[in-house]
Every structure is written in structure tokens, then in C-alpha cells.
Design a protein around this ligand. Structure first.
Ligand code: SR1
Ligand code: MG
Length: 406
């Protein structure tokens, strides 16, 4: 066991840590602090800290390895610096959609942010069949603002080159390159699935067209430095709560952020909506809930496109005409469909699965997983022909009829 060269926090040491950190000590009363480690993600420690006066703060500490696997998989704790970059970039333009940022301790790799008291993980809420209306659109607004404000569209050419260099995140990108694009399509130890899925997965691996398209998408992920993107925008990276007007959300966990293709963030969302839809279908959730889920991908896309068009007059370079924007949006839409397919397939086959599908009873698990794999693979192969997210959504209806007979 390697000893980290920085202090790893635990619930007992957190109050003293906050008390000796001037930027944090005024936010909560450390004498009455209740600290709980709640990290249920794959990588980090997360401490929620509540004081006796109703105050709170959340600390996130990066471990020098992948928590899901253990010390046999070392991983740079510098990822928390990437997370701070992603969080503060979003806080600049959509402060209403992210937790307030309270700074970073670069020596101990601890990020401090607002504790979202009373908010719930979106994935868990979707799993329970809870609808938070309007969240899909808010996420489109988030992606558009992060993309526009960090891209060549709004930042001077020399400035942005420096920012791109600063934001390279090679270790975290490598995880995505391997787990999202490579491993699901080959036989590696990280993969696991029930026997009933073997024919479907072997069919995917033998499909030369699918493999080539996945290769194209991986290449785009590795080379298309369009904007600072979140990089891991699944439904477990979104906290939600109900309000009088519908649902509200906060985007968390941008530690995978780097300069990449904007469609990767939209793709992560629609790939995860697909998993939620498959779960709702096999559990025979109420029709209204299933329709809300079915409409979500277009809701996110339409909000993203509308926000890009709203921001467009503020672009720096007149070479990029309104016609350019429409062509760019059309390309991002196709990219999103393809990336969405890759993100969905990996959650069925590879490491780090999703509860939407994993926590179903066996028979329903097989049905839902088959629907996800078949829909996602069609998205990847046929994204150019499908052209729009509206058409991609219809693929699921056809596949559901094939698999479930309704
Ligand atoms: C080894 S890390 C596995 C996954 O956790 C994160 O949430 C990312 O999605 C990553 O691929
Ligand atoms: Mg995460």
C-alpha cells in the first residue's frame, strides 16, 4: 500500500481542517459540525458537513487512485484541479445551474463547494419514477453557455490556446477513451454482463461498420478541441429538486472537463436518458412519465440550440455567419447521437455501470439492456442518416416493439 504524500481526510478530521482553512471557517460553525462521507461515485471522497445553525458545506477530496477499483489503479489527484476549472467556468456564466464554488486546496486536493441540502441525485429520482419537469431544458442551457463562453466563438485566439493547454486532462480523458470507446467492443477484464446478452454483444463486436463509426467518434473525442466541456455529464452528475414551477437542477462533478467536442456533453445526457427510458419501459411506469422521458432528449437539444442562437450575436468573428451556426448545430446534433450511443453501450458492457439497468430484476435487466444496446448501436451506425435527435428517439420505439412486443 502506497502512502499518499498529502493528508487524506475523514469525518473526524474534517472539522479541524475547516477550522484551520480561513476561506472555509466562516461558512460553517466547526464546533457543531456533523460530517458524513457520502461519496458513492467511482473516484473520490465526498464529505457533507452540516452545522447546528443550519449551515453547510461540501468538501470533495481526490484520492490518488480510482476508488471503485482501489490502489491497484493509481490516478492523479490533480483531477480535482480540473474539476475546479470546470466548476468555476460554469459558475461564471450559469451560476444558477451549479453549486457555489468555495475554492480549492491544491496541496491536499480538496475542493469546497455549496452543500446542496435537500437536493437529490437525478439518477436516483429517475429510477424511482419521479419527474422533475424542465430539467432537460436547463441542461441544454448549461451545455450551450459553457460551450459558447469557453470557445473560439467568444474568446480571443491567443488567449484560448493558453487555456486549452492548461486544461488538458490526459489521465481522465484516457479513462473515457478506454471505457467508452475501446473496451466495450473487445474482450477485456473490465467488462461484465449476463450470459443472455452475449449474442447481442458478439453481434456488435462483429459489426465492422459499427466498429468503424465508434473509431471515428473516439478520434473526434481525442482531437476536436471545440470548447471546455463537462466531460462526464450523466444523470449522476446532476442534482435535482422540485420547485413551484417544476424541477430545478445543479450540475456537479466536472473533473473530466477538457477541451473537447460539444456533442459529447449532449451525448452523455441522451445516452443516460436512454437507460432511464429502458428502465421505465420494462417496469411499465405510467404513460405520462414514459412520455416525459421520451421527450427529454429533444427538450435538451432544443434548449441547447435556442441558447446558442441567443448567444450568437456576441461572437467575435464575422466569418462565422448565421449559416455557419446552423451547419455547426447540425454537425453537433449528429455527434451527440453518436456519442450518446457510445455512452449508453459502455454502461451496459464495461466498468462503471448504472443503477437504472443494474438494479432491475433479472428478466427486466436483460430486456432493458438489450433495448439500450440495440438502440445505442443504431445511433452510432446511423447517426448521419438519422440526422436529428427527434429521429434518434424514434429508434427506441421500434427497438422496444422488437424486444417487448409492444
Ligand atoms: C474508473 S472511473 C469510471 C467512470 O466513473 C466516472 O463517472 C466516469 O464516467 C468514468 O468513466
Ligand atoms: Mg463523477
Amino acid at each position: 500500500m502506497t502512502t499518499p504524500d498529502y493528508e487524506i481526510l475523514n469525518p473526524k478530521t474534517v472539522p479541524a481542517y475547516i477550522a484551520r482553512t480561513p476561506r472555509l471557517s466562516g461558512i460553517v460553525d466547526t464546533d457543531t459540525l456533523d460530517v458524513e462521507e457520502v461519496g458513492d461515485g467511482n473516484l473520490n471522497l465526498v464529505f457533507v458537513c452540516r452545522d447546528g445553525n443550519g449551515g453547510g458545506i461540501c468538501l470533495k477530496q481526490a484520492l490518488p487512485y480510482v476508488r471503485l477499483v482501489g490502489e491497484s489503479w493509481p490516478l492523479t489527484p490533480e483531477r480535482v484541479i480540473a474539476e475546479a476549472r470546470g466548476l468555476s467556468a460554469a459558475a461564471d456564466v450559469v451560476p444558477h445551474l451549479v453549486p457555489a464554488y468555495h475554492g480549492i486546496d491544491r496541496e491536499n486536493y480538496v475542493l469546497a463547494m455549496e452543500y446542496l441540502m435537500g437536493w437529490e441525485m437525478w439518477r436516483s429520482q429517475l429510477n424511482l419514477g419521479e419527474a422533475h419537469k424542465g430539467v432537460g431544458a436547463l441542461l441544454g442551457e448549461y451545455v450551450a453557455n459553457l460551450a459558447f463562453s469557453t470557445s473560439f466563438f467568444s474568446i480571443d485566439q491567443e488567449e484560448i490556446k493558453g487555456r486549452m493547454a492548461e486544461a488538458v486532462n490526459p489521465e481522465l480523458c484516457k479513462i473515457t477513451e478506454d471505457l467508452v470507446f475501446t473496451e466495450p467492443y473487445i474482450d477485456v477484464e473490465n467488462n461484465s454482463y449476463v450470459d443472455e446478452l452475449i449474442p447481442e454483444i458478439e453481434g456488435m463486436r462483429a459489426d465492422a461498420r459499427l466498429r468503424a463509426e465508434v473509431g471515428m467518434l473516439k478520434y473526434k473525442f481525442m482531437t476536436a478541441a471545440e470548447a471546455l466541456i463537462h466531460g462526464d455529464l450523466h444523470t449522476g452528475s446532476v442534482m435535482v429538486r422540485q420547485t413551484d414551477d417544476g424541477g430545478d437542477c445543479r450540475v456537479i462533478d466536472p473533473e473530466f472537463c477538457y477541451y473537447g467536442p460539444v456533442g459529447f456533453d449532449i451525448g452523455a445526457l441522451i445516452g443516460n436518458y436512454l437507460a432511464a427510458r429502458a428502465r421505465a419501459a420494462v417496469l411499465d411506469r405510467p404513460a405520462e412519465f414514459q412520455q416525459w422521458l421520451a421527450d427529454m432528449a429533444e427538450e435538451t437539444w432544443n434548449a441547447f440550440a435556442a441558447e446558442m442562437r441567443r448567444l450568437w450575436p456576441g461572437r467575435l468573428d464575422p466569418t462565422w455567419t448565421d449559416g455557419f451556426l446552423e451547419a455547426w448545430l447540425a454537425q453537433v446534433q449528429k455527434d451527440s447521437i453518436g456519442f450518446g450511443g457510445c455512452k449508453a453501450n459502455r454502461r451496459i458492457i464495461g466498468l462503471a455501470k448504472v443503477t437504472d439497468i443494474q438494479e432491475l430484476p433479472h428478466e427486466e435487466h436483460v430486456e432493458a439492456a438489450t433495448m439500450v444496446l440495440r438502440t445505442a448501436s443504431t445511433w452510432i451506425r446511423e447517426r448521419d442518416g438519422l440526422g436529428t435527435i427527434a429521429e434518434a428517439v424514434k429508434v427506441f420505439d421500434r427497438v422496444r416493439a422488437e424486444v417487448m412486443g409492444s
